[in-house]
Design a protein around this ligand. Structure first.
Ligand code: IPE
Ligand code: IPE
Ligand code: MG
Length: 248
């Protein structure tokens, strides 16, 4: 409960009985953070990975049930190879550490995205850490890695089309629920709150299906500078929204 106890700046105003159960974050702004300091972009990713550890711990401490973070998109392969390699190395480091930590901190860790393009070593580590943390009952953290919302929906479409082709279901039996059950988030409720730091106001292909009624929170703070107090601010903003879901 480290941060929760020490840091009560805005948390006092946060209604602890009305926390979002699922928060999703587009961890953006690492490159600009580094550039501002005359450092290589990879230095920004390194500090960004520390921010992720801090925020995941904080979410666990205050009782958030699910945290989904966008770590690498299906479009991020366009970046220079040394940057891609640096991000993959940081992910490896995090997973190695997670092997030790998941049971101690009661964290369930899963990965969303197309694994086939990742290195065999990384894929194996991902599978193993998922298996190791499968029965943990604390926060459930989903790391989106080679993830794209469109890719996810295209995959679900193929799966459902195959079921139709094999005569398992008819076209008329296709429902929204069936799509929800065929995507990475099948065991996880939709995020109530999606946060994007760094000043960009777009989804960049994140959780397209799941975000239908999510509340968005945008801030100019760059991800490496994102502190628990920024999360408090996002939660406060969320708690002041009127969620109508199409009703009145
Ligand atoms: C987010 O930070 C991390 C990844 C996309 C992997 P960026 O690297 O996109 O940082 P900016 O947006 O260039 O500042
Ligand atoms: C989205 O950020 C992907 C991640 C944070 C992992 P990008 O930096 O790739 O998005 P764009 O290019 O600004 O839309
Ligand atoms: Mg970016």
């Amino acid at each position: 409960m480290s941060w929760f106890k020490k840091k009560k700046v805005t948390l006092e105003k946060v209604d602890m009985s009305n926390l979002p159960s699922h928060i999703a974050i587009i961890m953006d702004g690492n490159g600009r953070w580094a550039k501002k300091r005359g450092l290589p972009r990879t230095a920004g990713h390194k500090v960004g990975s520390e921010t992720f550890r801090t925020i995941a711990t904080y979410c666990n401490d205050i009782g958030i049930k699910y945290l989904t973070v966008y770590a690498f998109s299906t479009e991020n392969w366009k970046r220079p190879q040394d940057e891609v390699d640096a991000i993959m190395n940081l992910l490896e480091e995090y997973i190695l550490e997670a092997f030790e930590k998941v049971r101690k901190d009661n964290i369930k860790l899963t990965f969303w995205g197309d694994r086939t393009r990742l290195s065999p070593k990384l894929q194996q580590m991902m599978n193993e850490v998922e298996e190791k943390s499968r029965d943990m009952t604390g926060i459930h953290v989903n790391v989106c890695l080679n993830y794209g919302g469109r890719d996810e929906i295209a995959r679900a479409t193929k799966e459902i089309a195959t079921a139709v082709k094999n005569g398992e279901i008819s076209v008329d039996e296709i429902t929204e629920q069936m799509i929800s059950d065929s995507i990475y988030s099948k065991d996880v409720p939709d995020p109530e709150l999606i946060i994007r730091p760094s000043g960009e106001i777009r989804t960049s292909n994140f959780l397209l299906w799941q975000s239908a009624y999510s509340e968005y929170y945008f801030t100019d703070v760059l991800w490496p500078d994102f502190k628990p107090i920024e999360l408090d601010r996002a939660i406060l903003a969320y708690q002041n929204r009127s969620r109508r879901f199409g009703g009145v």
